[in-house]
Write a protein that binds this ligand. Structure first.
Ligand code: AMP
Ligand code: MG
Length: 522
C-alpha cells in the first residue's frame, strides 16, 4: 500500500510545528499543529469502504482487503516516512469565543496526490491529542456511521463536502452519556477515515488572531492561498481580500445547497466551517422531513435554535464576520472587508431565489417569482409536509390541471385530513398561481420534469434510516450500511428497487433519540 500511495505531505512540512512531542493536553503556541501518534486499538475491523474514494487515492478494492489497510486506517500502524498530527484551531461555539479547540479526536495521517488532486487523510476517533481537553479522543459507532454515510451521500447530491474512505470498529468500548442526563453507557468504538483537500477551518485562523500572533497568522493564510487558492496569485493585501471573497462565495454556495436538499448542519460553530466551503464535521446534523424553518435536530441547541434550518444562511454571514475579523490584521483596513460582508445578503437572496426557481422547474425569471416562492414556503409549514416527497412529486404537476395539484403531492402530507378548509383553499390558490407561471415557461413538461428531478432528490439519508442502520450495526449486522450507501450514490435516480425508502418518516421515529433528537455526544 505504501508504494501505491503517492504521499506528498505539505501542511506538516510547510507550517510551524508544536515543538513539544509528548501527547499531553495543553495550550499550544505559535504552531499550526502537534505531532501525535494514533492509539492502538483492541481489535480493528473494517466494516465498509468507499470504492470511489479508494480509486480517488490510487488504491483498489483488493488493497482494502489487506491487513495493512485496516491497520493504517484505524491508526494501528503508521506508514514509514509519514508524521501524523493534530491541528490547532479555535472557534466560536454557539456565538461565544471558546479559545483553543483543535483536533481533539481527529488525527491527520498524510496527504496523497493522485490524478491531479490532493487529499488529506484523517482519522476521526483514533485517540487523544494535545487538543482533547477533558475528552477521550474516541468516537462511537453510531456517530461514525452517520458521518460515513452522510458525507458520501452529500457528495452524490452535489453538495461540497469532506469525503469518507472507510468505517471501522476499533474493538474498544467507549463510554457516552447520549442525552447528557447522567446515564452513561458503553458503546462500540469506531473510526472513520475522512478525506478532503484540506481540513482547515475558520477557527484555524481565528486562533492566531485571538493570540495576536500575526506572524503565524500570515504564514497560515499565505500557505492556504499558495496551496489551496492557487488561482488567486501571490499572497498580498489585495490577494487576502480576494481570498476572503472566494471563501464567502463558497460558503454561501454550500449553504444554498443545504437549503436545496433540506440538510441542517446542527453545529455551525466557526470551528466547523471549512475554509474551502466544504460541509465538515457531521455531528448532530439532520434532514428536514416536515418542511420547517424552525427545525434543528440538535438537542443541545433546543432552547435558542441558533442553528435551525431557516437561520443557516444568516449564520453563514455571522461566521464570515468572525473570519474577516481574524484576517483583518493582515489587511489593516476594514472598508473592503465590510463591503464584501455587506454584499452577502443581496447575493444570498439572489442565489436562494435562483435555487428555489430550479426546484420549481422555472428556467426563466419573472418579478412574481419571489412571491410565488415565499408563498409556497408559508403554506408548506401550515401542516406537516415532507420536503423531499413534496418537491420530488411536484415534477408530476401539470399546468393544464391545477386542481389536481394537491393530489399530485398528496404523499407529502403527514396528516391528509389536515389539508382542509382554509389550508386547502391556500394550496389550491397556490397551484393556480404556479400553473399560470409555468405557462410563461418555454420548456416542455418533459424537460421541466427532468430538470426538476435533477435538483430535487428522491432519496436522502432520513434521520430514521441512519438510525435503523445503527440499530442493526449495534447487533453486529452491517448489511443496511451497505444498502444505504448504494442507494445514496444515485439520489436523483428513480431506483424502483429501493422505493421503500421513498416514504415519510414513520411515526415511531418522531420522538426517538437518534432520529429527531441528537446531541453533541458522539
Ligand atoms: P465538535 O462539536 O465535534 O465540532 O467538537 C468540538 C471540539 O471538541 C473539537 O475541538 C473536537 O475535536 C472536540 N471533541 C469532540 N469530541 C471529542 C472527544 N470525544 N474527544 C476529544 N475531543 C473531542
Ligand atoms: Mg468540530
Amino acid at each position: 500500500m505504501q508504494k501505491k500511495l503517492n504521499i506528498q505531505d505539505k501542511l506538516n512540512i510547510k507550517l510551524p510545528a508544536d515543538p513539544i512531542v509528548e501527547n499531553t493536553r495543553r495550550q499550544v503556541k505559535e504552531a499550526c499543529f502537534s505531532y501525535v501518534t494514533p492509539k492502538k486499538t483492541a481489535k480493528p475491523e473494517l466494516l465498509h469502504v468507499s470504492g470511489e474514494m479508494l480509486d480517488n487515492i490510487g488504491l483498489t478494492v483488493d488493497d482494502a482487503k489487506t491487513k495493512v489497510f485496516v491497520d493504517v486506517l484505524t491508526g494501528n500502524q503508521v506508514l514509514s516516512n509519514t508524521n501524523p498530527y493534530a491541528m490547532c484551531y479555535g472557534g466560536h461555539q454557539f456565538g461565544n469565543w471558546a479559545g483553543q479547540l483543535g483536533d481533539g479526536r481527529a488525527i491527520n495521517l498524510f496527504e496523497v496526490e493522485h490524478n491531479n488532486k490532493n487529499w488529506a487523510v484523517q482519522l476521526k476517533g483514533a485517540g487523544a491529542t494535545p487538543y482533547s481537553r477533558t475528552a477521550d479522543g474516541l468516537a462511537v459507532l453510531r456517530s461514525s456511521i452517520r458521518e460515513y454515510l452522510c458525507s458520501e451521500a452529500m457528495h452524490h447530491l452535489g453538495v461540497p463536502t469532506t469525503r469518507a474512505l472507510s468505517l471501522s470498529l476499533s474493538g474498544d468500548e467507549v463510554l457516552r452519556d447520549v442525552l447528557y442526563n447522567g446515564n452513561p453507557a458503553y458503546e462500540k468504538g469506531a473510526i472513520v477515515s475522512r478525506l478532503a483537500e484540506s481540513f482547515l477551518r475558520f477557527g484555524s485562523y481565528q486562533i492566531f488572531a485571538a493570540k495576536q500572533d500575526d506572524k503565524t497568522l500570515k504564514t497560515l493564510v499565505d500557505y492556504t492561498i499558495n496551496y489551496h487558492f492557487k488561482d488567486l496569485g501571490k499572497p498580498s493585501k489585495k490577494t487576502y481580500l480576494v481570498f476572503f471573497k472566494t471563501v464567502l462565495d463558497r460558503t454561501l454556495d454550500m449553504i444554498i445547497h443545504w437549503q436545496r436538499v433540506g440538510f441542517v448542519h446542527g453545529v455551525m460553530n466557526t470551528d466547523n466551517m471549512s475554509i474551502l466551503g466544504l460541509t465538515i464535521d457531521y455531528g448532530p446534523y439532520g434532514w428536514l422531513e416536515g418542511y420547517d424553518h424552525g427545525w434543528t435536530p440538535n438537542t443541545t441547541d433546543k432552547q435558542f435554535k441558533r442553528y435551525r434550518f431557516g437561520a443557516q444562511l444568516d449564520i453563514g454571514l455571522w461566521n464570515l464576520f468572525q473570519l474577516a475579523n481574524a484576517i483583518y490584521p493582515l489587511i489593516g483596513e476594514s472598508k473592503d472587508l465590510e463591503a464584501l460582508l455587506n454584499g452577502y445578503h443581496k447575493k444570498a437572496d439572489e442565489k436562494y431565489l435562483e435555487m428555489m426557481r430550479s426546484k420549481l422547474g422555472l428556467m426563466t425569471e419573472t418579478e412574481t417569482d419571489a412571491a410565488l416562492i415565499f408563498g409556497l414556503e408559508e403554506i408548506l409549514q401550515l401542516t406537516e409536509t415532507d420536503m423531499t416527497i413534496f418537491f420530488r412529486s411536484l415534477s408530476q404537476f401539470s399546468s393544464n390541471k391545477p386542481l389536481k395539484g394537491i393530489d399530485v403531492v398528496k404523499e407529502a402530507f403527514y396528516v391528509m385530513s389536515e389539508v382542509t378548509g382554509e389550508i386547502k383553499t391556500k394550496w389550491e390558490a397556490w397551484f393556480q398561481q404556479y400553473a399560470k407561471r409555468l405557462i410563461e415557461e418555454q420548456s416542455s413538461p418533459e424537460t421541466r420534469k427532468q430538470k426538476m428531478n435533477a435538483v430535487n432528490p428522491k432519496y436522502v439519508l432520513r434521520n430514521y434510516m441512519a438510525q435503523l442502520a445503527i440499530d442493526e450495526a449495534n447487533k453486529g449486522k452491517y448489511q443496511l450500511i451497505d444498502e444505504l450507501f448504494q442507494l445514496l450514490k444515485k439520489p436523483y435516480n428513480e431506483q424502483p428497487e429501493y422505493q421503500k425508502w421513498f416514504v415519510k418518516r414513520p411515526e415511531w421515529a418522531r420522538h426517538k433519540v437518534g432520529c429527531s433528537m441528537l446531541s453533541c455526544s458522539s
